[in-house]
Design a protein around this ligand. Structure first.
Ligand code: APR
Ligand code: ZN
Ligand code: ZN
Length: 368
């Protein structure tokens, strides 16, 4: 069987919409008819080499769809079930999964590294040659085969575009605030970068009970959206120095918790600096390999009692957190429809990448 997918054929190449082949699901795998896929900055990061990958590769890792066929031994989902695709298929059995750190699942890491599934082999092909899929997902594709542990069952009434966004931006952003960081009621939180992920950090901070949420971006449209998602103050980093602004707003103390949600050297340095003594700097954005965290050990860390903490996939347990997020959405506490700036078709994916580069929109969502 062949179908359409958006393929990155090499570094810095525009995606090509190609007819690709797909296998049958092996044991412990499921085939999904994709319903929708968000276009996330990490897709762009594979295209431009920030994130390492095999090529050619089917991009897309923020998706949801309907289970079409299950492999041997799969019991938790059946054909017809609606699922969110988890780009860390959390096995539930390894060292990390059994310590409630499923985002670091050992088995999932293997798939990440090879561009294949959990056994390192491929289910997609391009004219008979093996074709990689991003993060055991490959959601820029009408169909995909993923590890069953990456298929998280959801109720049928959640719209597909919303379910897709939960798969990366929402789990990562809201999770950064609710799981990775320890936000206390009344805290002052700073969020640098208000894209699809950063807006979710903002609403997560609001749900965690932060009093003051300072949104920092270089784009006015994003700052306006940040307010809609719960920011109380905004700083346009292209006009003023973000660090001194945050210091001024906090009697020169700094923020209790500050998040970096872009992945740049400058903004990572800024976020660590704008965190108060005893506070937490949470690094969410995915930087290039040469970006470093450098701090004077005594003056920067010991004396300051600062925590600098990395955040992968919002420290989420997808098997429990997806349901929690859907409940919050249904109660009206999580804004998810508002994250969708544009619904597009698969062949408009390159335009969605361009829109992301200019920073003008929250999310483009491919609807199949
Ligand atoms: N200063 C302030 N804001 C900036 C700067 C800067 N120097 N550079 C970019 N921004 C803003 C953009 O205006 C945009 O609003 O950062 C935001 C980035 O948003 P997106 O491109 O939508 O990225 P997103 O999908 O949210 O991902 C953010 O998290 O998961 C990771 O790989 C992902 O590293 C990426 C990060
Ligand atoms: Zn993503
Ligand atoms: Zn595991």
């Amino acid at each position: 069987m062949t179908h359409k997918a958006a393929v990155a054929t090499g570094l810095d190449q525009p995606l090509e919409i190609l007819d690709i082949g797909i296998d049958e699901p092996h044991a412990g795998e499921v085939r999904i008819k994709m319903g929708a896929s968000g276009v996330c900055h990490s897709d762009l990061s594979v295209q431009n080499g920030t994130l390492m990958s095999a090529f050619p590769v089917v991009l897309g890792h923020e998706g949801a769809g309907v289970v079409e066929k299950v492999g041997e031994g799969v019991t938790h989902v059946k054909p017809g079930d609606h699922v969110v695709v988890s780009w860390v298929p959390q096995c539930g059995e390894c060292y990390f999964c059994t310590r409630n750190q499923g985002e670091l699942c050992e088995r999932a890491n293997t798939a990440m590294a090879t561009g294949g599934l959990l056994d390192g082999t491929y289910r997609f092909d391009l004219d008979g040659a093996p074709l990689a899929q991003m993060a055991a997902s490959g959601t820029f594709s009408q169909y995909s085969i993923i590890p069953a542990s990456g298929a998280v069952k959801i109720p049928d009434d959640v719209p597909m575009p919303v379910a897709a966004l939960i798969g990366c931006g929402v789990l990562t952003g809201v999770g950064a605030a609710l799981n990775t960081a320890d936000i206390a009621k009344g805290d002052t939180v700073a969020v640098v970068g208000c894209g699809g992920v950063g807006l979710n950090v903002i609403q997560g901070a609001r749900i965690a009970g932060a009093d003051r949420i300072i949104a920092i971006d270089q784009n006015e449209t994003k700052l306006a959206m940040a307010k809609q998602f719960g920011a109380t103050d905004t700083v346009n980093a292209s006009q003023v120095n973000a660090v001194s602004q945050v210091m001024e707003m906090t009697e020169q103390r700094g923020a209790d918790v500050a998040f970096e949600v872009i992945g740049l050297q400058q903004t990572i340095d800024d976020v660590i600096t704008m965190t108060r003594r005893g506070g937490q700097a949470i690094l969410v954005g995915v930087p290039r390999m040469d970006v470093m965290v450098q701090l004077p050990a005594f003056m920067g860390l010991v004396l300051q009692e600062k925590t600098v903490k990395g955040c992968w996939y919002g420290s989420s347990n997808v098997h429990t957190d997806v349901t929690k997020l859907i409940d919050l959405y249904k109660k009206g506490e999580l804004k998810l429809d508002e994250l969708i700036s544009r619904e597009i078709s698969l062949d408009e994916v390159n335009e969605a990448f361009d829109a992301m580069k200019t920073g003008e929109i929250a999310r483009s969502v491919i609807v199949y």
